[in-house]
Design a protein around this ligand. Structure first.
Ligand SMILES: NC(=O)c1ccc[n+]([C@@H]2O[C@H](COP(=O)([O-])OP(=O)(O)OC[C@H]3O[C@@H](n4cnc5c(N)ncnc54)[C@H](OP(=O)(O)O)[C@@H]3O)[C@@H](O)[C@H]2O)c1
Length: 225
């Protein structure tokens, strides 16, 4: 498993882990060849666009098999008050000129875009502290890591009198509770859309990924029979 090294205390994993960038797409290709890898699984966050592009390039140039594990996007349901925007700066702009109580739930990377609209009050949630802190007077920070519950998210939104949430369309269950809570409480969501994903065979679930792996490398091959 390869981690970028952004999280200060990453969760323990039951497989060998390496940490840090490879030095670009060509360097990732060299790493894969040198390590004799048979398969590359891109299981990164859907908004980690550079590493996904690098992974697709490395698989293509080395001829190593590749699959992407991509959580399906969330879709707007009845009662959702979404405004779909292309990126975080567009989300901040869409908040408008009047001061609002904003829950910035996009993580610490990109939080600095809020500085473009200092009239709002921001509640920023991230796994690790935002460094340097935002150059804003009206900002509060919460350090927390999902999964989050609907009850917990409703309490948070009420306590901080939030009237709009800025979120990435990450998909998956772990961070969906804020979207459900917004629906229940009638709160607007600036939903940052995903960029188009690279052309790699993609699956939605771990089970589907395991099935593809079994197909590519049948169990008899894995046992070396
Ligand atoms: N973006 C998000 O919203 C978000 C949210 C939660 C978790 N994450 C996770 O945090 C990590 C970094 O995200 P990001 O948005 O900064 O990525 P990114 O913009 O796609 O990647 C930037 C650079 O970081 C290095 N890198 C990224 N993921 C790596 C990995 N798994 N192993 C080794 N190097 C990696 C690569 O450096 P080199 O070019 O030097 O190889 C890559 O070019 C990803 O693994 C992602 O899954 C991201």
């Amino acid at each position: 498993m390869s981690l970028a090294g952004r999280t200060e205390k990453p969760a323990t994993q039951p497989v060998p882990v390496r940490i840090g960038g490879f030095g670009g797409a060509a360097a990732l290709a060299d790493f894969l060849k040198a390590g004799g890898y048979d398969l590359l699984i891109d299981a990164t966050h859907p908004f980690a666009e550079h590493i996904s592009a690098n992974a697709a390039f490395a698989a293509e140039t080395t001829g190593i098999a590749a699959i992407a594990l991509r959580r399906p996007e969330w879709h707007r349901g009845p009662g959702d008050r979404w405004q779909v925007v292309q990126n975080i700066p567009a989300a901040i702009e869409a908040l408008g000129p009047s001061p609002r109580q904003v829950f910035l739930a996009t993580g610490r990377q990109g939080a600095h875009h809020a500085e473009a609209a200092p009239q709002h009050h921001y509640l920023v949630r991230s796994v690790d502290p935002v460094k340097p802190p935002l150059a804003l007077d009206n900002v509060e920070y919460i350090l927390d890591r999902g999964p989050f519950t609907l009850e917990g998210e409703c309490d948070l939104l009420r306590q901080h009198h939030i009237d709009v949430i800025v979120a990435k369309n990450s998909g998956g269950a772990a961070t969906y509770a804020k979207i459900e809570a917004a629906r229940l409480l009638g709160i607007e969501v600036m939903m940052v859309a995903r960029a188009p994903a690279p052309m790699v065979k993609a699956v939605d679930t771990i089970e589907a990924a395991l099935a593809v792996i079994d197909h590519l490398f049948p169990p008899a091959m894995k046992r070396g029979v």
